[in-house]
Design a protein around this ligand. Sequence first.
Ligand SMILES: Nc1ncnc2c1ncn2[C@@H]1O[C@H](COP(=O)(O)OP(=O)(O)OP(=O)(O)O)[C@@H](O)[C@H]1O
Length: 323
Amino acid sequence: MSASPLLEVRDLRTHFFTRAGVVKAVEGVSFSLEKGEILGLVGESGSGKSVTGFSLIGLVDPPGRIASGSIKFEGRELVGLPPAEMRALRGKRIAMVFQDPAATLNPVLSIGQQMTLAVQAHGRASDAAARDLAARTLTRVGIPDAAARLDAYPHEFSGGMRQRVAIATALLHGPDLIIADEPTTALDVSIQAQILAEMKSLAKETGTALVWISHDLATVSSLADRVLVMYAGRIVEAGAVGETLRAPRHPYTRGLLDSLPAMARPGEKLNQIPGTTPSLLSLPPGCPFAPRCPRADAVCATDPPDVVTASRLVRCHHPLEAA
Ligand SMILES: Nc1ncnc2c1ncn2[C@@H]1O[C@H](COP(=O)(O)OP(=O)(O)OP(=O)(O)O)[C@@H](O)[C@H]1O
């Protein structure tokens, strides 16, 4: 591990100040990321994955804001960075890919026009040079006959191809970090697998680090080096992906794994985690997972668990045995 990681997040708190109260969407999140590393961020809907991603790239809008904590990118503090400096980093050094490529692609511009604009937003390039870079980048993400397809419009591409265009746009400037928020969720399984394989080889070839946000543990296990499991705005377990998913120590991670369709025997019902995710406006005083946890006892209801760190981080009073 190098002395200074690419990204170092310390005790990040991102809150939404709503009329109903303060929604603590991200509450004390810490992790670091090395160059070329792929980090999977998993958890049920509402656990704070997307808000963590938006915080990293400076895109939390009112009524939300980063309430405290630190996000260091190559040693430089991003929390409190003037918006113009954040914009200069965004798209160039740190890029984001969303679940819906429509969030990135403009329907009234051809793919070539919008990629040219994206190239020129961060530096001088002639239209010809920008189109050439766009075509080469589209080829890298598996778009056949890319130069000819530059004049096509987003609606002329299939969903999988549109997502590839969005990924290529994120790759244009050779960013150091890509934050991908459920980018393959809407695609069919074979296209998903292809895009995952391509993202993995791109990250390894170019040294680009990837934060892959997903509710799908199977996807994360085939792609990521490390996994962070989030619950109610906190990281409850973190470690190397193989070890953590093979032998989870937090009962929540175990519950997520048990509810995967692949874990059910034919004809059997899926083992859903009982109960629902808590309201972030009024969390119980102890462990937020306690009301749904098969291992919880009195202490879990009253005392927030400390983090136990050995080869991996576990935030639990009664972690499962190490394998
Ligand atoms: N603009 C907002 N105002 C108030 N609360 C918000 C806002 N945006 C997000 N939240 C809250 O922050 C919490 C975390 O949301 P987030 O989208 O990060 O979850 P997630 O884990 O990414 O879920 P999903 O997989 O559904 O996207 C949720 O409880 C959500 O209601």
